[in-house]
Write a protein that binds this ligand. Structure first.
Ligand code: NAD
Length: 332
């Protein structure tokens, strides 16, 4: 039924039920790297909860999945407190929603807006700290504030230089992923050995990085694409486009498919152009990310508790045809 037909009590009960279900799914996904349901199912329930909380803000609880990033830190790993939080990302599922997001964003600023438009790599976020050009600390996103120290494991991953071309103190972020070929070979091997297979390359990458035995990680052929510099002013970088170019210059693997788009129509053209390439790429992508290109404007727009206001993910429809049944009609 539509959100407008819910009474406050009904909404509160429904939200509680959704929170419990989503929390159970999140724990399986983030902590065990073994999802219980498809992402599209999770996303639909998440939207239901978001819609209810939007209509009845009093029912929001701090532990709601809409207010929290990711999962818990696994026992056995040293905890790393992030210098600035590693947030999640808002998402849209249609061009209409994308246009609405763009209009809202442009309404909140007088500045010219252009977007760095990038492929959304289906992996997990990592953070790398360099001191005097040496890689010293690598971590997962964890709950956004505290992640897992996976430095030794990241030393085995392609595309992460141990030493930068310049002796910089710098912190960078990006996505660690498992190439499709490595994922298929791994699952075949696991099946033959009678071990449980990974649901998708994203979960396989997460499970492979969060290993206490570095040799296991090394055998998994992981790779990265880096896309973010935490304090870019130290490098006189003022746009996301420059950040990507700088990361490549410093020796990081950077995805070559990004494009600067001046309008939402340009973004949509980019999405239409890239979507058919999806199956031919050596790695999984689950959408396209738009980021306000001007870093000063990003700062001005800021973040909510969970997501930056200056970026959004356009999510591709699920790869296989799934019927997603929603209890609540979409309101946006
Ligand atoms: P997200 O993965 O949708 O988006 C945020 C992440 O995108 C960032 O943290 C970053 O790691 C990544 N990313 C990839 N390419 C990027 C690029 N070019 N620039 C910037 N970031 C890039 O958000 P999330 O909070 O990690 O997780 C939500 C997702 O997890 C949803 O898709 C949801 O379906 C899925 N999930 C599924 C289940 C399940 O049970 N199936 C449970 C929980 C979450």
């Amino acid at each position: 039924k539509p959100v407008s037909a819910y009474s406050a009590t009904e909404a509160s009960e429904k939200a509680k039920e959704l929170r419990q279900t989503l929390s159970k799914y999140s724990a399986a996904y983030y902590t065990k790297d073994a999802p219980l349901v498809e992402d599209s199912t999770y996303d639909a329930l998440y939207r239901d909860l978001q819609d209810l909380e939007g209509a009845f803000p009093d029912i929001i609880t701090p532990d709601s999945p809409t207010q929290k990033v990711g999962g818990d830190v696994l026992p056995g790993f040293t905890k790393v407190t992030h210098s600035i939080p590693m947030l999640s990302m808002g998402d849209v599922f249609s061009f209409d929603e994308l246009r609405e997001w763009d209009t809202r964003l442009r309404g909140n600023t007088d500045a010219e807006v252009a977007y760095s438009t990038e492929l959304k790599i289906d992996g997990l976020a990592i953070d790398l700290v360099y001191e005097k050009g040496q890689f010293v600390l690598g971590s997962t996103r964890g709950d956004g504030n505290i992640g897992e120290d996976i430095t030794k494991n990241l030393l085995t991953v392609a595309g992460i230089p141990k030493t930068l071309k310049e002796p910089l103190n710098i912190e960078v972020r990006g996505e660690c992923y498992m190439p499709k070929a490595a994922f298929e070979a791994l699952n075949q091997k696991r099946e033959l050995a009678g071990q449980p297979v990974f649901a998708n390359p994203r979960n396989a990458a997460a499970g492979s990085l969060r290993q206490l035995d570095t040799q296991v990680t090394k055998s998994r052929q992981l790779a990265v694409f880096m896309y973010f510099i935490t304090k870019p002013d130290t490098l006189t970088v003022t746009t996301q486009t420059q950040a990507l170019a700088t990361l490549a210059d410093l020796g990081f693997a950077v995805n070559p498919n990004s494009r600067l788009c001046a309008t939402v129509d340009d973004v949509i053209a980019y999405i239409e152009e890239k979507t058919p390439l999806r199956d031919n790429l050596a790695y999984g992508i689950d959408g396209v990310v738009l980021k306000v290109n001007d870093l000063a404007l990003q700062q001005q727009l800021g973040n909510t508790v969970k997501v930056p206001r200056w970026e959004i993910a356009y999510k591709f429809p699920p790869e296989e045809a799934h019927t997603v049944v929603r209890d609540i009609e979409w309101t946006v």
